[in-house]
Design a protein around this ligand. Structure first.
Ligand code: PMP
Length: 388
């Protein structure tokens, strides 16, 4: 073998070896990742409730409203002139902002609208939580908060709720980079009175406090009147629950003008035209139909009381929910078993395999007919279980 040949064959042997070594980690194990994967923002995404494809399911798993949107909304959608869609929408969604400002008796400059309150909350995390200290939120809460914190690399800490799933306000006195509290809380439905929230705000003058009021219309009380008193308070609400428009994706925040301006600056540095034309039109129509809004909220509260009474008779216990859902546990049957039995019967509710709440079910309040079917199924199921 001449020198040239031997160099060549050595090269042929070395090449796969070098390639192999590139994909070994420091312990000699094969790296499953490619190098370009080192630069990727890796996250564990939020898991939303299931949206079943099959027809006929009783869907009580994502806190949607069981009633249609206001008649004015249907009219707007039906009559929407699709020719208009060639243009970009109004990036300030002024029509909707003005309607909300009039309804809630605040200035238009105190309102920010987004594509669902998830959009508003995500942008708020990005805008307001940029410190080194951890942001605080309850240990049992909306499971999107830690996901946003991770995706934006915001340090976070949870504050344990007490045995009754209530906030312990003293937990929110430690140094923090911001606070998020859903009120009523999800998935517990527990509501904290304004004075509890106000004390937390008052004791944290250097942090932005976000109160997520997605469910406030079902018997809670908004802290909106406090936005003129505390410049660091942001109140977030949604059209997805009490205004029966989850499919339209409309959420909004209300705060002091300065906070809203900061939020807009970030939003317009990210994506200007987020709210589409039909959403702006339909959302405006919904705000103007107050009587319908009050009627459906009233119906849900009534059905909630009926459902609680029936479920109590079947051995369920629950929190004092002020939301459009119940948070229930059974005296003898594990929640997971009930969840699976309900699912097999085409009744979808929500269950989390998480510490502290893994023996609870969250059941959205549906129509009377849906709740009657739920109660009927559970009555038979529990009877059979007892006979086993
Ligand atoms: N906050 C809480 C506490 C929620 O439960 C939800 C609904 N999943 C949202 C915000 C977001 O709702 P949407 O984006 O539909 O407004």
């Amino acid at each position: 073998m001449n020198a040239e040949n031997s160099a060549c064959s050595r090269f042929r042997i070395m090449l796969p070896l070098v390639a192999w070594l590139k994909y070994m980690d420091k312990d000699g194990r094969v790296r499953m990742k490619r190098r370009w994967e080192d630069n990727i923002r890796r996250v564990t995404p939020y898991v939303a409730g299931e949206q079943p494809r099959e027809e006929g399911v009783i869907k009580l798993n994502t806190n949607e409203c069981p009633y249609p949107p206001a008649p004015g909304v249907t009219e707007v959608i039906r009559n929407f002139d699709s020719e208009k869609l060639r243009l970009y929408p109004d990036m300030d969604a002024s029509k909707l902002v003005d309607a909300l400002a009039e309804y809630y008796k605040v200035k238009p400059e105190q309102i920010f609208v987004g594509v669902g309150s998830d959009d508003v909350l995500a942008l708020s995390f990005m805008t307001f939580f940029n410190g080194d200290k951890p942001i605080l939120f309850p240990d049992i809460t909306y499971s999107f908060y830690d996901v946003w914190a991770d995706v934006f690399r915001i340090p976070w800490e949870t504050c344990p709720l007490d045995e009754e799933f209530r906030i312990r306000k003293e937990d929110y006195l430690k140094p923090n980079g911001g606070i998020v509290i859903p009120n009523p809380n999800a998935p517990t439905g527990v509501f904290e009175k304004t004075d509890v929230i106000e004390q937390i705000i008052k004791l944290n003058p250097d942090s932005i406090i976000i109160i997520d009021e997605a469910y406030v219309d079902f018997g809670g009380e908004s802290v909106l009147p406090l936005i003129d008193k505390y410049a660091n308070l942001l109140v977030v609400q949604t059209f997805s629950k009490s205004r029966a428009m989850a499919g339209m994706r409309i959420g909004f925040a209300m705060a002091n003008e300065k906070l809203i301006q900061y939020l807009k600056d970030v939003k317009f540095s990210f994506n200007s035209y987020t709210m589409n034309m039909p959403s702006i039109e339909a959302g405006t129509a919904a705000v103007k139909e107050d009587a319908y809004f009050k009627e459906i909220v009233g119906k849900i509260i009534k059905t909630r009381a009926w459902s609680k009474e029936k479920l109590a008779g079947l051995g369920f216990r629950f929190t004092d929910t002020k939301s459009n859902f119940l948070f229930v546990t059974h005296e003898s049957i594990p929640a997971k078993e009930i969840f699976l039995a309900l699912k097999a019967a085409g009744i979808y509710v929500r269950y989390w395999e998480k510490p502290r709440i893994n023996n609870y079910l969250r059941i959205t309040v549906g129509t009377d007919a849906q709740m009657e079917k739920l109660v009927e199924f559970l009555t038979n199921y529990i009877k059979e279980k007892k006979n086993d």
